[in-house]
Design a protein around this ligand. Structure first.
Ligand code: CA
Length: 219
């Protein structure tokens, strides 16, 4: 999944980013409400992990702003405020889940997986293409029954092509999905990742549509 992480605690933010990336998510990390809104305006995310106490405002205003503006991504709130009324208030505003600090990383990962399984998140089911099996929610891939280790951006490309199966996805769209605010994508990067994916998963999975982009065909 491509995840927007909004957290102003530098230590927590960087450790969450690395743990989520180890689990093959693409993470963009910002530490202000304003930066979160700017990121949501310019990029497509499948999940927002949101701290409430932020230096330039309250994370709840970000949820309000998202829901008013039609940003439907699931929101997982991380907060030191563990009172029932705080949880209820955040959920009423449109948050999907709430985790009180301090929390266990395993629990966070389980909640992230659960959010991904919900209907308005990413597709939930396992998808089989030839001898390749992809679990979009769990971010896992198998080939001939053996688990295949993919880097976050490799998984992101594969997941996007599978989610939009039988439609050509342009190279530009894939670049946009892969880029973060700190890191733009070189023009040949998508091709390099597709090359790696073909080496790991077989040449037939991802088809090149010359001059346009890529497609994964599933009957
Ligand atoms: Ca904070």
């Amino acid at each position: 999944m491509k995840i927007l992480l909004v957290e102003d605690d530098a230590l927590l933010g960087s450790s969450l980013q690395s743990v989520l990336e180890e689990h093959r998510h693409v993470v963009e990390w910002v530490d202000r409400c304003g930066a979160a809104r700017a990121a949501l305006e310019t990029s497509a995310y499948q999940l927002v992990i949101l701290d409430l106490g932020l230096p330039d405002g309250d994370g709840r205003d970000v949820i309000r702003w998202m829901r008013r503006g039609g940003h439907q991504q699931p929101v997982l709130v991380l907060s030191a405020r563990g009172e029932i009324r705080d949880r209820v208030a955040a959920l009423d505003l449109g948050a999907d889940d709430y985790l009180t600090k301090p929390f266990d990383l395993e629990e966070l990962l389980a909640r992230v997986r659960a959010t991904g399984r919900r209907p308005h998140g990413v597709l939930s089911s396992r998808i089989v293409v030839g001898d390749v099996e992809i679990d979009l929610a769990a971010c896992r891939v198998w080939r001939a029954g053996e688990i295949v280790s993919l880097r976050p951006r490799e998984f992101q490309i594969l997941a996007t092509l599978v989610e939009r199966r039988n439609r050509v996805v342009s190279r530009g769209d894939l670049e946009e999905l892969m880029s973060t605010r700190e890191q733009s994508v070189e023009s040949n990067t998508v091709e390099v990742f597709v090359h790696h994916l073909r080496k790991k998963l077989g040449a037939g999975l991802i088809e090149t549509v010359r001059g346009t982009g890529y497609v994964v065909r599933i009957d």
